[in-house]
Design a binder for this molecule. Structure first.
Ligand code: HEM
Length: 257
């Protein structure tokens, strides 16, 4: 994988020139580029702005990379959430394995939220120039984001992951409030609840910073997807696993009374 690993150059050498691919990769070595399918990946950014308008072209490239990398990470989140749901389902109820996947998904969603700190560097005048060419293209059409919302139970039905967690509590004759009362000694089920709260919080953070980016970049203009824009996004904000947040609040209420 690492072409530079086989040599110890005395002076800094650009990675691409460090060693010829044929010397580092044996005949049966798949090679860095082909393993990652870099040719396809790096030729998938196609701004509508011509190269001749260099500054706007670069801004649109930046906008595309932010969206594409989000979709790529989302693919991983969906994979982890599927495996988390599988791990927590009966008969396995493997809470530690489930937690591993949930924690990774939560960290990635935090990273997705960070994309917006980067997107603040999108030049407004360039965005205005290429935005009219986006037509109706909008994040609202993202199939993977819809799948994420389903996996988080944001469309009303409880997701398989969350149902598996609630069933685990049921089998132990625990309500979410009772589980929190007996934490941390109650063990893995509590840690999993905390993992789900981390994930829920990361999703809320994504929603919040996305709203902030929309306010900064388009103000009161409508969205390209046909919605009224920021007001629509504000109404869409919702926390996954609301019963866990309610149970946390109930613990405070019980202390206050
Ligand atoms: C300059 C940056 C961005 C702006 C101004 C913006 C703006 C908007 C607006 C106004 C909407 C409402 C739907 C519409 O009418 O288009 C929307 C929806 C959405 N956008 Fe963005 N967005 C930005 C970046 C991103 C990025 C980087 C992603 C990640 C892939 C993303 C994903 C989504 C998703 C998933 C929705 C649907 C939300 C829902 O239905 O709850 N957006 N965006």
């Amino acid at each position: 994988m690492d072409r530079t690993a086989a040599v110890t150059p005395s002076a800094p050498v650009p990675p691409s020139a460090a060693v010829p691919p044929s010397a580092a990769e044996g005949d049966d070595d798949i090679g860095y580029d082909s393993y990652l399918d870099l040719e396809a990946l790096l030729s998938s950014q196609r701004p509508t702005t011509p190269d001749s308008e260099a500054f706007t072209h670069a801004s649109e490239h930046f906008f595309i990379v932010a969206h594409q990398s989000s979709e790529l990470w989302l693919k991983q989140v969906l994979l982890d959430l599927e495996l988390a749901a599988h791990a927590v389902a009966a008969p396995a109820r493997d809470l530690e394995l489930c937690l591993d996947h949930v924690q990774r998904a939560a960290r990635i969603v935090e990273l997705l939220a960070e994309h917006f700190a980067v997107l603040d560097r999108l030049s407004l005048s360039c965005f205005a120039r290429f935005r009219r060419r986006l037509g109706t293209a909008s994040g609202a059409a993202s199939e993977q984001f819809r799948a994420l919302n389903r996996a988080l139970g944001l469309y009303g039905d409880k997701s398989a992951l969350y149902q598996g967690f609630l069933d685990t509590l049921d089998e132990r004759a625990l309500t979410p409030v009772e589980m929190y009362r007996r934490a941390p000694q109650i063990g893995a089920v509590y840690r999993l609840a905390e993992g789900l709260v981390d994930l829920s919080q990361a999703v809320r953070r994504w929603q919040l910073v996305h709203l902030g980016a929309a306010i900064r970049q388009i103000g009161p203009s409508p969205g390209t997807g046909g919605s009224e824009g920021v007001d629509f996004l504000a109404r869409r904000m919702a926390a996954p696993f609301p019963e866990l947040w309610q149970a946390r609040a109930q613990l405070h209420e019980a202390q206050a009374s």
